[in-house]
Design a protein around this ligand. Structure first.
Ligand code: ATR
Length: 277
């Protein structure tokens, strides 16, 4: 690819950001479609200054990650209705102007779509029952997507008050951690960091209870097969690894930015190739 005066600029903005797999995923897609774009990681502490810089530099799009997903909302010109409802954005689309610095920025959330698409490859969400472990930002997007698709959602979190609070905001159920051992449903999703490298032997859910679920998804992708997914496979569940949500939220971003059909399989392979050994 030749970088020239017409190259469109994209970035992932966060703190930290050096570990992100999004650059390899999006740059692979740009190259495959011969799209004149480049996507870089930007370690930005002050999102207000960072956004202003991107406006002036003529960026076309950005992914927003921790800790800026919520704080970016009041800084943009327009917030998509769903991002408003979720209270967080992971995607920015810039509409450039001929005068640098005054282009418009709109914020979207594709995290919930990523999670829904990953699940819908394996199960119909309408009418299903789902248990979501965790009550942070990822849990919020996942649970929102499930509810929007017509699933019944139950939340469970180490800090119970956060599960209660999120359940109230989303109008869904929650259970205390002690109730996990007897919990059943169609779908189980882990949105906590439990099982992530280096604590690879840990799982957020009792292994033998997994047999009462059809589909188990983990958003942890290091390692790709977490202890939870290994247990779930052994109990006969369909498993969805942590690259799926990352992939599909990125696929949606790519469509928003370029208006083109993303090369999904190539993007997934690029993610797998980029995973630390
Ligand atoms: P994210 O935006 O990725 O969801 P987050 O908002 O920091 O990140 O949320 C992390 C989630 O993982 C929380 O639900 C957290 O539980 P607490 O609310 O009790 O902190 C959960 N989590 C992190 N480490 C955990 C652990 N060792 N055991 C259980 N839950 C854990």
């Amino acid at each position: 690819m030749t970088i020239n005066g017409s190259t469109r600029l994209f970035a992932i903005v966060g703190n930290p950001v050096h570990h992100s797999l999004s650059p390899v995923m999006h740059n692979t897609a740009f190259q495959a479609l011969n799209y004149n774009g480049v996507y870089v990681p930007l370690h930005i502490l002050d999102i207000q200054a960072g956004l202003q810089g991107m406006r002036h530099l003529g960026f076309k799009g950005a992914s927003i990650t921790v800790p800026h997903k919520e704080t970016v909302l009041p800084l943009v010109d327009e917030v998509d209705e769903i991002a408003k409802e979720i209270g967080a954005a992971n995607t920015l689309v810039f509409t450039p102007s001929d005068i640098p610095g005054i282009g418009k920025v709109k914020a979207y959330n594709t995290d919930w779509l990523g999670s829904n698409h990953a699940l819908e490859q394996h199960i119909s969400l309408q009418g299903s029952s789902a248990l979501v472990l965790g009550a942070g930002g990822a849990a919020k997007a996942v649970a929102y997507g499930l509810l929007r698709a017509g699933a019944k959602v139950t939340l469970c979190n180490r800090t119970q008050s956060k599960a209660e609070e999120l359940a109230q905001a989303l109008q869904c159920q929650w259970i205390p951690q002690e109730a996990l051992a007897a919990c059943t449903g169609d779908i189980l999703i882990n949105t906590t960091t439990v099982g992530m490298t280096p604590n690879v032997d840990r799982s957020p859910f009792p292994a033998t209870q997994l047999r009462y679920f059809q589909v188990v998804m983990d958003i942890v992708y290091a390692p790709l097969e977490t202890q939870l997914l290994k247990d779930a496979r052994e109990q006969g569940c369909k498993t969805i690894d942590g690259l799926a949500m990352l992939l599909f939220q990125g696929v949606e971003q790519f469509s928003l930015w370029t208006g083109q059909k993303p090369p999904v399989q190539l993007m997934r392979q690029a993610l797998i190739d980029a995973l630390p050994a």
